[in-house]
Ligand binder design. Structure first.
Ligand code: ADP
Ligand code: ZN
Length: 219
């Protein structure tokens, strides 16, 4: 299955995308992960884009298309893929179309996960990530004992806040989503893509069941 997962920051794309990709046996391609990797590597490219990332602004389309093109050319994505956080602008959507056309493939479906802004802000401001490279677990303050920095997955004292999860930056990311990424949904509608919207409120398992239903796959 070739699927695009859309939704505002905090809607649950990463969580759902990971479960779904595992279930379908296809890679999850996350431009956010690719960008974080580039930034933390300190490479020339990483230094060039760090400012955009830290401010919650979009990284320029040419950079994102380059990173995505590399991942897309990996033979692992021949069997299908779950796209998480890409495309995020109409120009990126056109770039994706071009890549797909060049290999004679089409998307199966575009799914958006909906959640209201106050819920998104609550999730993102309480989100904590494990900085251990082999772990990388994502959790929320309200799942942890007060004051604990201990990762529930690996047990180490390695939880921290993602640098773009500060309140002001979150607000900018939501604005950027509305202004630059929502038009991608309209782009797909105009292009006649198969689309589905699901409600992102509820436990990850509940949302996962809605997603599986929308796709017609076993939950
Ligand atoms: P979220 O969906 O919660 O915002 P991501 O990890 O997908 O989190 O993205 C984090 C940041 O990475 C974005 O705010 C942006 O700076 C950058 N980014 C990710 N994907 C793209 C993209 N397709 N185009 C431009 N910038 C991107
Ligand atoms: Zn951990």
């Amino acid at each position: 299955m070739r699927l695009v997962l859309m939704g505002a920051p905090g809607a649950g794309k990463g969580t759902q995308g990971e479960v779904l990709a595992r279930r379908l046996g296809v890679p999850r391609l996350s431009t956010g992960d690719m960008i974080r990797e580039a930034v933390s590597s300190g490479s020339d490219l990483g230094r060039r884009i760090a400012g955009y990332y830290e401010a919650g602004d979009l990284v320029p389309d040419d950079v994102v298309l380059g990173l995505f093109g590399e991942a897309f050319s990996d033979p692992a994505s021949q069997a299908g893929f779950v796209l998480d956080g890409f495309p995020r602008t109409p120009a990126q959507a056109e770039g994706l179309d071009g890549l797909l056309q060049s290999v004679g493939l089409e998307l199966d479906i575009v799914v958006t996960i909906d959640a209201p802004d106050d819920e998104l802000v609550r999730r993102l401001s309480g989100r904590r990530v494990c900085s251990e490279k082999e772990c990388g677990a994502v959790t929320h303050l309200n799942m942890l004992p007060p004051g604990s920095g201990r990762c529930p997955a690996c047990g180490r004292d390695s939880l921290s806040q993602r640098s773009d999860d500060g309140e002001e930056i979150v607000r900018n990311r939501l604005l950027v989503y509305r202004e630059q990424t929502r038009p991608v949904w309209d782009y797909f509608l105009r292009a006649g893509a198969r689309t589905a919207s699901i409600d992102g409120i509820g436990s990850p398992e509940e949302v996962g069941r809605r997603l599986a239903d929308a796709l017609g796959v076993a939950a």
